[in-house]
Design a protein around this ligand. Sequence first.
Ligand SMILES: [Zn+2]
Length: 82
Amino acid sequence: MFICPICGAHARTRTSRRLSELTIRQYHQCQNLECSETFTTLNSVEKLVTKRGRREPLPPDFIPKDAFPVSHYGRDQLNLSL
Ligand SMILES: [Zn+2]
């Protein structure tokens, strides 16, 4: 959870957009009704911390396309009822 850069109140993450394989932009809204500022943050993989030997990246087809329901891909995943 991020803090609003304007008033310091807690902000709620509203949505996110993938910018690359390792970076997403998150959109947040301040929960202080008198402020309600909306701002973005970037969330990126910084480094790998697991102490293992160097490994090759997994091939793109490592997880078969039919391993998860269609609702786990694309914009449909944002429409899941809570
Ligand atoms: Zn605020």
